[in-house]
Design a binder for this molecule. Structure first.
Ligand SMILES: [Fe+2]
Length: 119
């Protein structure tokens, strides 16, 4: 399924939505987030994945420090959304059920949204 990510330029709140309507936060229109568009290391932000027995293990090769970390990983298939939130000292790794083609997203607190498509 196609989802859209939006960020509030004032408070930093990030949301996802199934539509592309203008949504306000802090009384301002939220800005659209484009994955893989921030100037930063691709290898350190793009989700890596392995599929085994209908399970998909996803990890991000990124530091997990108080000031710089992967905040969440999300997997979006045709009809399902899986979401895992992380704290700074966690390992950026999670296993979800694998249901076929999907898009995996990761979100860095400094370098925003990254994604990879899985066939
Ligand atoms: Fe980062």
């Amino acid at each position: 399924m196609k989802i859209n990510f939006k960020k509030c330029k004032l408070c930093g709140n990030v949301i996802w939505t199934l539509n592309d309507k203008d949504i306000k936060c802090c009384n301002e229109d939220m800005i659209d987030l484009e994955a893989n568009s921030v100037e930063a290391s691709f290898e350190k932000h793009i989700p890596n994945y392995e599929i085994n027995n209908n399970k998909m293990t996803i990890s991000v090769n990124h530091v997990m420090e108080e000031k710089h970390y992967i905040m969440w990983i999300m997997m979006v298939s045709d009809s399902l959304v899986y979401f895992k939130k992380f704290n700074p000292l966690d390992e950026a790794k999670v296993t979800f059920d694998y249901n076929g083609p999907c898009t995996i997203y990761s979100y860095c607190n400094l370098h925003e949204l990254w994604s990879i498509n899985v066939d």
